[in-house]
Design a protein around this ligand. Structure first.
Ligand SMILES: [Zn+2]
Length: 181
């Protein structure tokens, strides 16, 4: 049976946030494990998302795009709900969960009434990222675990991964070749 669409949520209120623009706050105490809301919006392809925001200011870190899988991105600018106002946090009280190619925001701790909700956006890195990408997506969540950026993995880890991939590729190209059958 499909999970019902959770367009609204009795658990939350949207108001201005100290972290960034608008934020989402607990309307009442939210028990740990609560499925708070679904992240809704228009479901589009990655290339559609890229072309839709191609002329968008590269220094604007506002993102209402959620990568569901290799094929699909949810654009919460279109037909989105309040989930799009939940700010990033490096140590959030919520996390995103993907089920049946849909995205839900779950409470990973008990959240007191009035507390702001946050989850880790874990924005991925690309080779085409500008040099200052971590500044564009700077994080000011203020938690002790703050890594200073909404991107994940950290730049150092990502560069290490890229070097390891390049080495594996180089290794695969050498050695003796099997005889043609
Ligand atoms: Zn942070």
């Amino acid at each position: 049976m499909p999970i019902p669409v959770m367009r609204t949520s009795p658990w939350i209120r949207v108001r201005n946030s100290k972290i960034h623009g608008k934020g989402v706050f607990a309307a009442k105490r939210i028990p740990k494990g609560t499925r708070v809301i679904e992240y809704l919006g228009e479901r589009i392809t990655h290339s559609e998302a890229d072309s839709r925001y191609a002329d968008h200011d590269p220094n604007d870190n506002h993102t209402f795009l959620f990568v569901v899988n290799r094929r699909t991105v949810i654009d919460a600018n279109q037909k989105g709900n309040d989930a799009r106002f939940i700010n990033h946090s490096c140590d959030g009280n919520c996390e995103s969960a993907i089920e049946d190619n849909r995205v839900f925001i779950d409470a990973v701790r008990t959240i007191e009434a009035g507390e702001e909700l946050g989850y880790d956006y874990e924005i991925g890195r690309d080779k085409s990222d500008p040099e200052n990408v971590d500044e564009i997506y700077a994080c000011r969540c203020g938690t002790r675990k703050c890594r200073g950026s909404m991107l994940w993995p950290t730049r150092a880890e990502w560069e290490r991964e890229q070097r390891a991939k390049a080495r594996a590729k180089a290794r695969a190209r050498v050695g003796q070749k099997k005889r043609a059958r």
